[in-house]
Design a protein around this ligand. Sequence first.
Ligand SMILES: [Zn+2]
Length: 206
Amino acid sequence: MSVDKTKGEVEVHRLPTDAEEFECNGWTFKYTKSHILHSLCITSEKCKNQSEDKCLLCLYTNCLDLPHLPEMVFPRNILTVIHPNGSKIEFNTLDALKRVCNGKLPIEVACSVAWKESRSSQHLEQKLKPFDWTFSTDYRGTLSNEVQVELTEERIDMELLKQKEKILFYHEMMLYEDELHDNGISSCTIKIVSLKYLWKNVNFFF
Ligand SMILES: [Zn+2]
């Protein structure tokens, strides 16, 4: 969008977008993003009766083995990296939350005890599994069927990394965040940087 400066308005070169696609050396990088996951199901009859086509909230609640979801979940924030041969690596919120470490980390925030005490024993039996309250995830992306993972002796070219190359494409977006009931913050964010001869993706969890 460009605005006529003769009218004294500020020129705006680029507004934030909800979707973008970029190609470099045969690779395609694209993202979509949208609003936060709503907190109430407004199609409960439909969601109750149909195993498919549930609302996103019911999909997340049913798919994930978590007593509750993070406070901010962005279900439509997706980054896809496509190889020239068509195979893909995708980064999406549902798969990141599926990798939350249930019981693998001995971390509990103070409110977890209060939460357990406030639930009935029946509810706890049904829902409570050892649960990482920090929503830590070891998610490294979702691979399409064509992708095969193999061990390699190849290492990242550190000299190439040190070169000051112009950034051709950059985007950062949040998959989910939780304030841990004021006991800190946990955030899962995806960053993508593409240079002329190199691209790197970083999945930040802090
Ligand atoms: Zn629903």
